[in-house]
Write a protein that binds this ligand. Structure first.
Ligand code: ATP
Length: 369
């Protein structure tokens, strides 16, 4: 914070990232007009595949430092399949940011909205309301190409490392239990499920051991366990039974897409990446090059990520206006679905990115009890 103003670093990025980031800023501006006093100062940073194509760097000089100095970072989406490094991998500076800023807690809320498609026939699918908590700095992504840690043996073999450390895992599990406590206070189930593969891997048994150690500090929260393969099955069979699911990086990467599919698609999955001193907010989806430039992207995942950012700022600095703005945006989206006023093209509806954004702004501007 500088002179009472919160500094927000914005990386719009590539493909639909630019459109959904613009949509989010427009919705936050509408909330600001109603509430006042958000005092957000934006700094726009250049990063991503387009930046790499033009400059040979995946982030503009000093952009990393500027992001680190901000009170929060908002990111649209980064990467394009047509722009790759020599080893064939895509441009992914956000992996570096996650590691540099130690954004270990990847929070992905998965919630069923009325009138949005339900992929499961069971009526209880209307009650899906869970959070995938994905560790985001180590696990198998410790070896992601962007970190250059793979062991490459000629053209015959590549070995990757899955890393689980005690300090990060303790903080992750504490985060999971605290999140479940907060959700319980708002009427949630108050349950954390440790998702692992503790029957096969030592790293995963270690992950579970630390889960049990930390659970003892949160007696008000129920705990359970699921192997990741069984969890994939249960996300189809009975997703309404789960609350907070805590897991290793790669498992979280995969299961959050599966869970997003249950409530419509990737255009509904918001994401907060939180560390001890920094927070980065972005939709869980990528740059979606198959639909870019066509006004087809659903901006709601990004807009909900914007609400998560306001919530984070509210909690970090004790700011009531920001908590109110986050609540206003979330309830506007809920009301919009209830009244069937939000019909994104992503679900076969008639509203493109611009129209969904206009409707959310109209909903935010309406008085609501
Ligand atoms: P990344 O690895 O960077 O997360 P990805 O390769 O998993 O990206 P996405 O860009 O997330 O892929 O897209 C996956 C699919 O979901 C695509 O068919 C894309 O069009 C669709 N999709 C993603 N985001 C949205 C959105 N906001 N609105 C509509 N469809 C989307």
């Amino acid at each position: 914070m500088k002179n009472g103003q919160l500094r927000i670093a914005v990386i719009k990025g590539d493909g639909i990232g630019v459109d959904v980031a613009n949509a989010t800023l427009a919705v936050i501006a509408a909330a600001e007009r109603r509430i006042g006093g958000l005092s957000l100062g934006y700094e726009f940073l250049d990063a991503g595949a387009a930046c790499f194509r033009v400059t040979g760097r995946d982030m503009a000089p000093a952009a990393e430092e500027a992001a680190a100095a901000a009170d929060a970072i908002f990111l649209g989406a980064i990467g394009l399949p047509s722009v790759r490094r020599e080893d064939g991998t895509e441009i992914a500076p956000r992996l570096r940011l996650r590691e540099k800023l130690q954004l270990y807690a990847g929070v992905r809320p998965i919630k069923a909205y009325p009138n949005a498609p339900r992929r499961l026939a069971d009526e209880r699918a209307a009650d899906i309301d869970l959070v995938i908590l994905r560790e985001s700095t180590e696990g198998l992504f410790y070896s992601a190409a962007a970190h250059n840690r793979s062991q490459i043996i000629g053209d015959d073999e590549v070995c990757e490392t899955l890393r689980i450390t005690r300090p990060t895992t303790e903080k992750l599990h504490d985060f999971a239990f605290r999140l479940a406590e907060k959700r319980k206070a708002r009427g949630g189930k108050g349950r954390v499920t440790c998702v692992d593969k503790a029957n096969v891997f030592r790293s995963m048994a270690f992950f579970r051991k630390i889960f049990d150690e930390r659970a003892a500090r949160f007696p008000g929260v129920e705990r359970s366990y699921n192997y990741v393969d069984a969890q994939a099955l249960d996300l189809i069979r009975r997703p309404w039974d789960f609350d907070v699911l805590v897991m290793e990086n790669m498992f979280g990467d995969i299961l959050s897409d599966l869970a997003g599919g249950l409530v419509g698609g990737m255009g509904m999955v918001a994401c907060a990446e939180i560390g001890d001193a920094h927070g980065l907010f972005q939709p869980a989806h990528g740059s979606a090059p198959d639909i870019m430039g066509q006004d087809k992207a659903n901006p709601l995942a990004a807009i909900l990520s914007g609400a998560l950012m306001l919530d984070y700022l509210a909690e970090r600095y004790g700011l009531e206006a920001h908590a109110n703005a986050a609540h206003m945006i979330e309830t506007a989206i809920q009301a919009g679905f209830e009244a069937n006023r939000l019909r994104p093209v992503e679900f076969g509806g008639d509203q493109g990115t611009a129209e969904v954004t206009r409707e959310v702004i109209a909903l935010v501007e309406e008085p609501r009890a």
